[in-house]
Design a binder for this molecule. Structure first.
Ligand code: FMN
Ligand code: 7N5
Length: 365
């Protein structure tokens, strides 16, 4: 709105919470790129379910616990983080901002949070690592195991502390916004920087296409287990039987996730699957959750249902689109302040102090 007396300048109110970053980002982005980030599979029923699942749950705080200000630090797979919130792997950050993953990585480093770098990043894993964040590497295991091994070595050499294997993508989800917009390729000059292969015998370098393969199985995980000594995190588990198999196959942590509703549509909210997976795993490995986390209270709810930490996908992209590194930092600061406030109001001293009785079966709808 124009302010009387301030001239003809239209001033935008800075976002005061994570959700408010989305319209601000939308105003800056090419509509096709906005749709790529925001969208999900088909009817986007699961996209909506992820946030709705948090809204439905009620918190039942404890009072007069005299805990003082909460401590937010956590340790995940031996890595300390300033709060139980990671940056989920998301592809193509240069579509959101010219600084791309450089900006995201610098913001993560500043905030002390773990960044899970996507294999399909638009700058290399080495360049991301040079920005100094605590870093994990997300991997789509490629059927060309030789190439997969070379990616794993690069991630290890760059200082990544875990490999996050995405399991929910034996094929690409059907995103109809992309079909409508005709958005199927990155713009000229932008490419998947980790996928560049040196041209042989004087030929030009080539960018390999990513292969999402329905042939992948737990045998590939066994192979990976033999190939690297890094912790392996399996991302995209919703079924308790798969969680048990993952533990049997030596996985070090699990991300309960439906890929932000971008793969199979009409699967349940990841939050609604978390208790079943937690039951199946019985504390044998740490659990992470992503999908729809937008508030400090959402983080508390995920912790109460058995997560050790959560990850955010789209909110960081919105921050990036709005103001590059400063935008991602702002998103993380807002969420950190909300989490501290929510823990205080719950009477919890730390993330580890959040117990299941804070939810106690109450449903807001
Ligand atoms: C634009 C975009 C790109 C993504 N790219 C990847 C990817 O390359 N690899 C992956 O494992 N997950 C990817 N994801 C899924 C995220 O890691 C995460 O599961 C999801 O975004 C969490 O939901 P939220 O966006 O509601 O926070 C992507 C998500 C978005 C929105
Ligand atoms: C080819 C995979 C694209 C990255 C991705 O995982 C996503 O957009 O959700």
């Amino acid at each position: 709105m124009d302010h009387v007396g301030t001239g003809a300048v239209t001033r935008e109110t800075p976002p005061v919470n994570l959700r408010e970053f989305e319209p601000a980002a939308r105003a800056r982005l090419d509509p096709a790129h906005y749709d790529y980030f925001a969208g999900g599979a088909q009817d986007e029923i699961t996209v909506a379910a992820n946030e709705a699942a948090f809204r439905r749950r009620a918190l039942v705080p404890r009072v007069l616990r005299g805990q003082g200000p909460p401590r937010l630090e956590v340790t995940v797979l031996g890595e300390t983080a300033s709060m139980p919130v990671l940056l989920a792997p998301t592809a193509f950050h240069r579509l959101a901002h010219p600084d791309g993953e450089f900006a995201t990585a610098r913001a993560a480093a500043e905030a002390g949070v773990i960044m899970i770098a996507a294999m399909l990043s638009t700058v290399t894993i080495e360049e991301i690592a040079a920005c100094g964040p605590k870093l994990w590497f997300q991997l789509y295991i490629q059927p060309d195991l030789g190439f997969t091994t070379s990616l794993v070595r690069r991630a290890e050499d760059a200082g990544c502390r875990a490999l996050v294997v995405t399991a929910d993508s034996p094929a690409l989800g059907r995103n109809e916004r992309g079909d409508r917009n005709g958005f199927h390729d990155l713009p000229p000059g932008m490419y998947c920087a980790n996928m560049v292969q040196k041209g042989r015998q004087g030929r030009d370098d080539e960018v390999r296409q990513v292969a999402l393969s329905p042939d992948l199985s737990f045998r590939h995980l066994d192979w990976l287990r033999e190939t690297t000594s890094l912790p392996i995190v399996l991302k995209g588990v919703l079924h308790p039987a798969d969680a048990r198999l993952a533990v049997e196959h030596g996985v070090d942590a699990i991300v309960v996730s439906n890929h932000g509703g971008r793969q199979l549509d009409t699967v349940p909210a990841s939050l609604d699957r978390l208790p079943l997976v937690a039951d199946a795993v019985r504390g044998q490995v740490p659990l992470l959750l992503d999908g729809g986390v937008r508030r400090g209270t959402d983080v508390v709810k995920a912790l109460a249902l058995g997560a050790d930490a959560v990850a955010i996908g789209r909110p960081a992209l919105w921050g990036l689109a709005v103001a590059g590194r400063a935008g991602v930092e702002r998103v993380l600061t807002l969420l950190r302040n909300e989490l501290a406030n929510a823990l205080t109001l719950c009477g919890a001293a730390s993330p580890g102090d959040v117990t299941g009785d804070l939810l106690d079966g109450i449903d807001l709808k």
